[in-house]
Ligand binder design. Structure first.
Ligand code: SF4
Ligand code: SF4
Length: 296
């Protein structure tokens, strides 16, 4: 797939500003969840339950209509497991070349990817989801009719309808997700989550510049012996044309619950419409021929 260089221009914005996005460097995330709290605070996102999951120290579970940022805690034993014990103090890959005998935590602050080819936006029948001049994807609460078409269209399971008591919970029934703080970036401010991140694991800026910075970071980590470091979603040649919010990971994407090869759900639509049109024309021609052939 050939991606447009600038999704805002593709969407019809004249002379748009540079595309904005996130580079999330999971190698320096400490799992403090300041981003989750800042997002809720700034955007007025309601609380959606805090429970220890039993599988992890994570207590917010997953991205959803009321969790626009989610910090995943992945507790990863070494293979083969020799002794779980307590976590070691050395950084991943710094155990004198020896096999790790303990486990490690991988932390990753996940968010809407603000895809170059966004299926959520493609399938929205009301125009509630739209492409901003910054190349991001935003839902307009006052236009969303709660049909939910966008929910299965997202290849990352990001967008969802908010559940709660009607008239009590804000935007109950409507599709909700990260706006990349459209109101803040329009005023030249940094999104709330990136502003709150104490380690700069979440970096906000021009996507082109972030891609260069991310590649430099991968090169640095490789030089330091962290050979598993890799970028996810930075390539404009993937199935969604590259992500506006992309990541540096320390393991396979599946470990973080990310699809290894995401594809925009509407990719097959043009071909399907072509075939449906061809079928309709063939049917019409057959009907006309049947009537014409039946005349005396
Ligand atoms: S990650 Fe999902 S919700 Fe976000 S822009 Fe892409 S398709 Fe839409
Ligand atoms: S950019 Fe704004 S809306 Fe999106 S996760 Fe960060 S704080 Fe929340």
């Amino acid at each position: 797939m050939t991606a447009p260089l600038d999704p805002a221009a593709e969407a019809g914005w004249a002379d748009p500003p540079a595309r904005k996005g996130f580079f999330t460097d999971t190698s320096i995330c400490i799992g403090c969840k300041a981003c989750e709290v800042a997002c809720k605070e700034w955007n007025g996102v309601p609380e959606d339950g805090l429970q220890l999951l039993g599988s992890s120290y994570d207590n917010t579970g997953a991205l959803g209509a009321s969790t626009w940022r989610h910090v995943a805690f992945i507790e990863q034993p070494a293979a083969p497991v020799v002794d779980l014990g307590m976590p070691g103090t050395q950084l991943p890959g710094e155990a004198d070349g020896a096999q790790r005998t303990d486990f490690r935590w991988l932390m990753e602050s996940d968010v809407c990817k603000h895809c170059t080819h966004a299926a959520c936006l493609d399938v929205c029948p009301t125009g509630s989801l739209f492409r901003t001049e910054f190349g991001t994807v935003v839902v307009q609460d006052d236009i969303c009719n709660g049909c939910g078409y966008c929910v299965p269209a997202c290849p990352f399971g990001v967008i969802d309808r908010r559940i709660g008591e009607k008239g009590v919970v804000k935007n109950e029934g409507l599709a909700q997700k990260c706006t990349l703080c459209y109101d803040r970036i329009g005023d030249g401010l940094t999104p709330a989550c990136a502003q709150a991140c104490p380690t700069q694991s979440i970096q906000y800026g021009d996507v082109d510049e972030l891609r260069e910075r991310a590649q430099q970071r991968v090169d640095t980590l490789h030089a330091q012996g962290v050979h598993d470091a890799r970028l996810y979603g930075e390539s404009t040649h993937d199935g969604v044309g590259g992500l506006g919010a992309f990541f540096l990971l320390l393991d396979e994407p599946e470990v973080y619950g990310l699809p290894p090869d995401p594809v925009v759900a509407t990719k097959g639509l043009p071909g399907m419409w072509r075939k449906a049109g061809l079928a309709a024309v063939t049917l019409l021609a057959g009907t006309v021929a049947a009537f014409a052939g039946g005349r005396p």
